[in-house]
Write a protein that binds this ligand. Structure first.
Ligand code: NAP
Length: 318
């Protein structure tokens, strides 16, 4: 199929994403915006037969109901590397290929993990407020905790986990990890059990994929193994951590601090965290730089164009 003839291909965007992506999709395809309709069923009644591609995101992907309601669906692309919002078995059953945006966002997410670890250890946000609210004129800021040299444990030594490990190693931090499989060539210490990783880490960083097995992989036991001097960083998904347990551990001093980019019920964040100085909270911004967002959007478009030109996908999910 020629690029020009793609203008008639119906593509459904599930929610508002980066405007550049929306503009580029609208230029190339017959773009439908799900948020302009009162419900999926209202949309399907009017346009189900027109849709050949879905573009989803971390907010809304493609669940079984959506996939089942689109009889001519050929491909699902997600503006994310995480696949947790896509019903992969359903896609497989229908023979629908899936593409995501790996690699292009790895550096940004790894940078943010280290930024959070530094911000929690050195109390960057609290000390910034200290200057802004004129407290410095009354006293010096309190002493914080050193980051360089701390033992760092990484849950999920994939693309992002490996990039975090590289950065942590540059700070002189001994790195160990827990994944499904050992990566013998990395030189980092492997723990087959997350509890052992947490017991042997001062900073635990969650960077694994969200699946049924990793839901609440950080539970009360893991938090207690990390202990009252430990810091938890989560740049994976909110559902990796039992958030209620995390909140009580922080309030009760059973954990020294947390840096969180992701939450169980985004955009809602437990109010109890707002008053804690040992917590840094950011609104799921892991990959949200202009450079990376452009690269992710270009990759979504390139995958769609490849599919409709009968070429191999650039980043298929296998
Ligand atoms: P990746 O290369 O596929 O790595 C995923 C890692 O998860 C692998 O190391 C894998 O272990 C591990 N894993 C999977 N199931 C596991 C289990 N049951 N127990 C322990 N570890 C398990 O993916 P990536 O590109 O690094 O991305 C990782 C995740 O980061 C994404 O899935 C997404 O949820 C999150 N993310 C967040 C943001 C953000 O904005 N905060 C941005 C991008 C991505 P094996 O190697 O042993 O299979």
């Amino acid at each position: 199929m020629e690029v020009a003839s793609m203008e008639s291909v119906g593509v459904l965007m599930t929610n508002q994403m980066y405007p550049y992506l929306e503009d580029q999709l609208a230029k190339r395809f017959n773009l439908f915006r799900l948020w302009n309709y009162p419900s999926l069923s209202a949309f399907s009644k009017a346009h189900a037969n027109s849709i050949r591609a879905i573009v989803g995101s971390t907010k809304m992907g493609a669940d079984a109901t959506m996939i089942d309601s689109l009889p001519n669906l050929e491909i699902v692309c997600t503006y994310s590397v995480g696949l947790d919002k896509i019903d992969l078995p359903k896609c497989k059953q229908r023979g629908i290929p899936v593409a995501n945006t790996p690699d292009v966002l790895t550096d940004d997410v790894a940078d943010l993990a280290i930024a959070l670890a530094l911000s929690v250890s050195r109390r960057i946000c609290v000390s910034d407020s200290f200057v802004r609210n004129h407290s410095w004129q009354k006293s010096d800021f309190y002493l914080t905790s050193k980051f360089s040299g701390k033992t760092v444990g990484i849950v999920g030594l994939g693309r992002i986990g490996s990039a975090i490990a590289k950065r942590a190693a540059a700070f002189g931090c001994p790195v160990s990890y827990h994944s499904r499989s050992e990566k013998p060539d990395t030189g980092y210490k492997y723990y087959s059990n997350i509890l052992d990783l947490a017991s042997n880490s001062q900073i635990l960083i969650v960077a694994c994929a969200l699946t049924q097995e990793t839901h609440h992989i950080v539970n009360r036991q893991v938090i207690d193994a990390l202990g009252p001097k430990g810091i938890l960083i989560n740049i994976g998904r909110g559902q990796h951590v039992d958030e209620a347990e995390l909140v009580s551990a922080l309030k009760e001093g059973r954990l020294a601090g947390a840096g969180l980019d992701v939450f169980e019920n985004e955009p809602h964040v437990p109010e109890e965290l707002f008053s804690l100085e040992n917590v840094v909270l950011v609104p799921h911004i892991g990959s949200d730089t202009v450079e990376t967002s452009n690269a992710m959007a270009d990759l979504v478009i390139a995958n769609l164009e490849a599919h409709f030109q009968n070429k191999p996908l650039l980043t298929p999910v296998t």
